[in-house]
Design a protein around this ligand. Structure first.
Ligand SMILES: O=C[C@H](O)[C@@H](O)CC(=O)C(=O)O
Ligand SMILES: [Zn+2]
Length: 278
């Protein structure tokens, strides 16, 4: 397991960041590496994002010093969403078949989490998101048909998309974590436009299903001080609570969103009119 710590940055400081500094603070370039668990510990709401990509030997979630506990999930909850081939996740002796785009909520107090492939030629890529938790909720396996499905956007504004809400109060219990994914239709490239902030919750995006030679221009920053980060497939962006998080791709793509903070209300957003962005 490799863990990288990212400290929180004040918006006044971020105004001065150049491209490399923005990327160093907010872009997670490496999420999936075969036979390894790569994690990034963000000090925004202490959310951990990362990936587990098993090889023949499988992978066990160990406990890094950063979490300060005897087991990773002693005081945390975990969301797992598979963007690779079919896999298996074993949680304290119970094995779940976690197919492509299935999600697993793993509750606080879990002692053992193990990741394996079903087909070594098409390895699973488990995207992981964890936040501090103070209550135990049951571990739940969710498929796409369990998710809440929304279809915002229009072809005219190139933002027609499907939102699948998995770890969401109407679908699955959690302490502070919410998680799901958004899939853009062919010809639509804009996510989360009109954009918004929610200072009471931070958010992270993992972009996936993007062709290797295409990129997403992810927009961040205060609404009147926007900056962009050029993002490739299987890279994540940490969005501070004060920042917009929106993107335009050179082609359509999908992304996993996950949030932690004061509430789990997906619709609690401070919207910014397109004309007010700077
Ligand atoms: O606070 C909610 C998050 O920013 C995303 O879930 C928005 C999103 O997936 C979209 O509009 O496509
Ligand atoms: Zn948001």
């Amino acid at each position: 397991m490799q863990v990288e710590v990212r400290h929180a940055a004040h918006p006044d400081a971020v105004r001065e960041f150049d491209t490399e500094t923005l990327r160093m603070h907010f872009l997670v370039e490496r999420i999936f590496q075969s036979g390894e668990i790569l994690l990034t510990y963000s000090h925004y709401d202490r959310m951990i994002v990362g990936g587990a990509m098993p090889d023949e030997g499988g992978l066990t979630l160990s406990t890094p010093k950063e979490v300060g506990q005897s087991s990773f999930l002693a005081e945390r909850e975990l969301g797992v969403l598979n963007v690779g081939g079919a896999g298996r996740v074993t949680v304290d002796g119970i094995t779940y078949d976690v197919a492509h785009l299935d999600c697993l909520y793993v509750g606080k107090g879990t002692l053992n989490v193990r990741f394996e492939n079903r087909d070594q030629k098409n390895p699973a890529r488990f995207y992981l998101v964890s936040a501090p938790a103070h209550a135990k909720h049951p571990t739940v396996h969710l498929t796409r048909t369990d998710a809440r499905h929304l279809t915002p956007g229009e072809p005219e504004t190139a933002n027609k998309r499907s939102i699948y809400q998995y770890i969401h109060p109407e679908v699955c219990q959690s302490c502070q974590l919410t998680m799901g994914f958004t899939m853009l239709e062919t010809g639509s490239v804009w996510n989360t436009m009109p954009s918004h902030t929610h200072d009471r919750r931070m958010e992270a995006y993992l972009y996936f299903d993007l062709d290797p030679d295409q990129r997403i221009f992810h927009f961040m920053g205060e609404p009147q001080q926007t900056r962009h980060i050029v993002v490739a497939n299987h890279q994540a962006v940490i969005s501070p609570p004060w920042s917009i998080h929106s993107g335009a791709g050179t082609k359509n793509y999908s992304f996993i969103w996950a949030m932690a903070g004061d509430n789990k209300s997906f619709t609690d957003m401070d919207h910014i009119a397109v004309g007010d962005l700077r």
